[in-house]
Design a binder for this molecule. Structure first.
Ligand code: BES
Ligand code: MN
Ligand code: ZN
Length: 518
């Protein structure tokens, strides 16, 4: 999609479809109050007035209403998009609203559209803080770019429904400068571009996206955006004594890939980072297909396990955005990619393996493979000099049982680092719910014959025992662990998003990294 930003009066812009936003201002006994348009000009308010007065349109979030040949406007169609209750309006609703506009346009064969920047001057003072203009511009672009994708590239009768061009139309007001809007617009393009890159990786079937292929795609992306990238395989795993990662990898005909991407901030002349400047480590679980191994999964839903590399996908996407946003902090991403297969060469329940850190692990279940590859990835990131770690993984079904598909799980061993993630979530709009990983859970992963075992022994607290396992390899390094098993794949279509890969965690990870800049 060719996405542009212009500054002018939206009413005078000739375009096949112009989208504008409306909010629901009804409260309590005022339940019949009509929706209010966050319009940029009187001409647009006038064009929409009759249909809004009818009460047919409630402005609920994602609701759309289309008018043809709107009076007094140059646009051929006016699309009114609901953002829900004015009281709860935030940039998260704007992101979804922009998405709903694009998804309403697509099946109507609209190839060119415009979106009018929502201006909240129509609302009472209590909402004036709701839409900071940089973040609003960014969210509009994010929502539109994410919504534009359909996952139909493997369909031979695919019809091209893409919106070829989208113009964001804004105005300079007392509250909004062109520079602020421009900044948000550009950030939105970078961040949504990265998230879509991740989604495309996650969408790929396991026979296409092998560990080697994931390595090639990461390397090609790095080349494009100017990141350093190295892709290693079996030999390097042996050299580094990554016994946990290798245990998972060795049952597959596909060789593993250890992908290391490095971002070094470019500093001005005479500028230098302090000696104790943080080095951030991004570690991703990249199981390109998880059969469960010898502890084979049941057939129902096993096809979904192609997205068991969504954590790796998130880190690769995040690095793409980081390379373009250029924060002044060093970032190293480590992706551990393998296929978990049952085979004569596969690892088995009862095996004891030695991780890179030297810790011995008794394998109780070969389906708990994610924590094994991450154990070596996290330890390796520390040896590369990382002072702070974040990892993302479709790690446990137990996390989905605990939180469903609305919130992903987050764990941390350090309050300051967690605080940065909490701030990041406020900007990203992604939902993570913190779960505990305190040492009183440690007992549950003690093994009879080795240092630790790779399950909690029972089903109880499965997301937590997985986190406790990772913590053994992170040790005292400040760390955030994201369990995205329930949120990596959208099982339901939304007015603003299709079914399929979500690209969860990219926005929060990027924002977390930016919190270490300066
Ligand atoms: N990849 C799965 C977790 C998963 C489940 C991801 C559902 C996405 C959706 C992981 O490797 C796994 O199989 N975990 C086991 C661990 C158990 C054997 C301790 C699980 O959650 O059942
Ligand atoms: Mn598994
Ligand atoms: Zn898995």
């Amino acid at each position: 999609m060719d996405t542009k930003l212009i500054f002018q009066d939206a009413a005078g812009f000739a375009i096949p479809l112009l989208a504008v936003f409306a909010v629901d201002v009804s409260v309590g006994k005022d339940a019949d109050a009509l929706p209010v348009l966050l319009a940029t000009s009187d001409a647009i308010t006038d064009a929409a007035s009759k249909v809004l007065a009818s009460g047919e349109f409630k402005a609920s979030l994602g609701e759309t209403l289309l008018l043809h040949a709107p009076d007094g406007l140059k646009a051929q169609r006016l699309l009114i998009v609901g953002l829900g209750k004015a009281k709860s309006l935030s940039v998260n609703e704007v992101r979804k609203g922009a998405g709903a506009a694009v998804r309403a346009a697509k099946p109507r064969n609209v190839r060119e559209m415009a979106v009018a920047f929502p201006e909240d001057h129509a609302l009472s003072d209590e909402h004036l803080e709701a839409l900071p203009c940089t973040l609003t511009a960014r969210s509009l672009v994010e929502g539109a770019e994410l919504a534009e994708r359909d996952w139909d590239t493997y369909k031979s009768d695919r019809q091209d429904m893409s919106v070829a061009s989208l113009t964001l139309i804004a105005r300079e007001t007392e509250k909004t400068t062109t520079e602020e809007i421009q900044k948000g617009f550009e950030e939105g393009l970078i961040i949504a571009g990265a998230q879509n890159f991740t989604r495309a990786l996650v969408n790929e079937p396991g026979n296409v996206l092998t560990p080697t292929e994931l390595g090639s795609r990461a390397a090609a992306m790095c080349e494009e955006v100017g990141l350093d990238c190295e892709v290693f395989s079996t030999e390097k795993l042996h050299e580094l004594k990554m016994g946990a990662f290798w245990a998972v990898a060795k049952g597959s005909a596909q060789p593993p890939a250890l992908i290391v991407m490095t971002y070094e901030p470019k500093l001005e002349k005479g500028e230098s980072l302090p000696q104790d400047a943080p080095v951030l480590g991004l570690v991703g679980k990249g199981i390109t297909f998880d059969t469960g191994g010898i502890s084979l999964k049941p057939p129902d839903g096993m096809d979904k396990m192609k997205y068991d590399m969504a954590g790796a996908g998130a880190m690769i996407g995040a690095m793409r955005a980081i390379a373009q946003l250029k924060p002044k902090v060093k970032v190293i991403a480590v992706v551990c990619s393998a296929e978990n297969m049952p085979d004569g060469k596969a690892f088995k329940p009862g095996d004891v393996v030695t991780a890179m850190s030297g810790k011995t692990i008794e394998i109780l279940n070969t389906d708990a493979e994610g924590r094994l590859v991450l154990a070596d990835g996290l330890h390796y990131a520390k040896t590369l000099g990382c002072t702070h770690l974040i990892n993302a993984a479709t790690l446990t079904g137990a996390c989905v049982v605990a939180l469903g598909m609305i919130n992903a799980g987050v764990f941390s061993n350090d309050e300051a680092t967690w605080g940065k993630f909490e701030e990041a979530m406020k900007v990203s709009g992604e939902k993570f719910w913190r779960l505990p990983c305190t040492d009183d859970y440690k007992e549950q992963i003690k093994s009879q014959i080795a240092d630790i075992m790779n399950t909690g022994g029972s089903r109880w607290g499965g997301a937590i025992t997985a986190a406790m396992f990772l913590k053994e390899f992170v040790e005292d390094t400040p760390w955030v662990h994201l369990d995205i098993a329930g949120c990596a794949w959208n099982e339901e279509q939304k007015p603003w998003l299709p079914k399929g890969p979500s690209g969860i965690a990219v926005r929060s990870i990027v924002e977390w990294v930016r919190r270490f800049d300066g």
